[in-house]
Design a protein around this ligand. Structure first.
Ligand code: SF4
Length: 74
């Protein structure tokens, strides 16, 4: 019986490249809440992108929720 499940960890195929428009960003920090594995906040609440390869569904959610419309796909 085969019970192993497929792993979805191929970054080139299953991710999108998420960017922050630093001029538009107002430091609400929603992005870090949605993408804690990809984005940290600096001491002023502005995002530091640690890994821009993001799951497409999560990227879409972060883009939709960003109050400054500062997130975009490259
Ligand atoms: S959610 Fe948008 S405005 Fe807030 S820190 Fe992230 S990119 Fe900036």
């Amino acid at each position: 019986m085969s019970s192993h499940s497929e792993s979805r960890t191929r970054p080139d195929e299953d991710t999108v490249d998420l960017r922050v428009d630093r001029v538009a960003c107002t430091g609400h920090g929603v992005c870090a809440g949605v993408l804690p594995r990809n984005i940290e906040l600096d001491e002023w609440g502005y995002p530091i992108v640690r890994d821009s390869s993001v799951d497409p569904a999560k990227a879409a959610t972060a883009i939709r929720l960003c109050p400054a419309r500062a997130l975009y796909r490259a």
